[in-house]
Design a binder for this molecule. Structure first.
Ligand code: GLU
Length: 279
């Protein structure tokens, strides 16, 4: 069976050496008779820029990669994510949360791998209060009630290449945000977790190759897949390319941007050597 994989960068900055590794890894994961799709994850209008999207096409083409067109751009599919959110709300596992980031930081008593764990302030608000606060135009996100979700799905696992079955811990981040904070419900807000889960399903992805920094997010994605009745893809999380100090590379650090290296005369072979890529 030929494999369908994907590479899903966000156009929030220029691609760097770490992205080069990730892209080469994704295309190789698909195998010679498989396909790797390119998906543009541009749901955040405050951070995404058209110039960065064009730079993605340019950098990947320079690396010698090709992909089927048209490319799925998440900003053109907000209805799909909204439909999934609506289903979760109707199932009773997604609820509006009126807390700001500061509210959460102040009220949190537990910390998870990505900071303060939401203490559940809005989980128990009654339906009338929720409706009234939304009608008043109060900004709200939607969160996933992970305890309720896990009770519905039962134990879950995902298949990690080279590691086998990984058991899902649905509570790892507390109740995660699945639609970002917005003032009006008609704004169709979504989140990385929800959009990525819906897209991997709609695009019938078999294998999700991506960096190790997203390993823990898979706990949330697998839970969402089970709730929405989606088949689970396999996952392959690769080790990250680090800088000289052992730190993760950043889109803000110009010294590793592919476009700059190219302008400075680097060849693709130079890039591959620096990231330890062997064909
Ligand atoms: N859009 C995400 C990023 O650029 C990657 C999403 C994924 O591969 O699941 O970090």
């Amino acid at each position: 069976m030929s494999i369908l994989a994907r590479f899903a960068p966000s156009p929030t900055g220029r691609l760097h050496l770490g992205h080069a590794f990730s892209a080469l890894f994704a295309w190789r994961s698909a195998g010679s008779d498989g396909t790797c799709l390119l998906r543009i994850e541009d749901i955040d209008p405050d951070r995404c820029r058209a110039v960065y999207e064009h730079a993605i096409y340019e950098d990947l083409a320079w690396l010698g990669l090709t992909w089927p067109v048209p490319v799925r751009r998440q900003s053109e599919h907000l209805d799909d994510y909204h439909a999934a959110l609506t289903r979760l709300i109707l199932m009773g596992v997604a609820y509006p949360c009126f807390c700001s980031r500061q509210d959460v930081a102040r009220a949190a008593t537990a910390h998870g791998p990505e900071g303060a764990i939401y203490p559940g302030t809005c989980r128990t608000l009654d339906a009338a209060t929720r409706a009234e606060r939304i009608a008043r135009g109060e900004a709200h996100s939607f969160r996933l009630d992970v305890a309720k979700s896990a009770a519905i799905t039962g134990p879950l696992f995902w298949d990690e290449e080279g590691e086998g079955r990984i058991e899902v811990d649905p509570t790892i981040f507390g109740d995660p945000v699945i639609a970002r904070r917005a003032r009006f419900s008609e704004a169709r807000p979504t989140s990385y977790h929800l959009a990525v889960t819906v897209d991997d399903h709609l695009q019938a992805i078999d294998l999700v190759p991506r960096g190790r920094d997203l390993f823990l997010a898979t706990h949330v994605h697998r839970l969402l897949q089970a709730l929405l009745g989606y088949a689970a893809p396999r996952y392959a999380h690769h080790a990250l390319v680090l800088d000289g100090d052992g730190e993760k590379l950043s889109k803000r650090d110009r010294s590793t941007a592919l476009a700059d290296l190219r302008a400075a005369g680097w060849t693709v072979a130079d890039v591959k050597q620096r990231i330890g890529w062997s064909a």
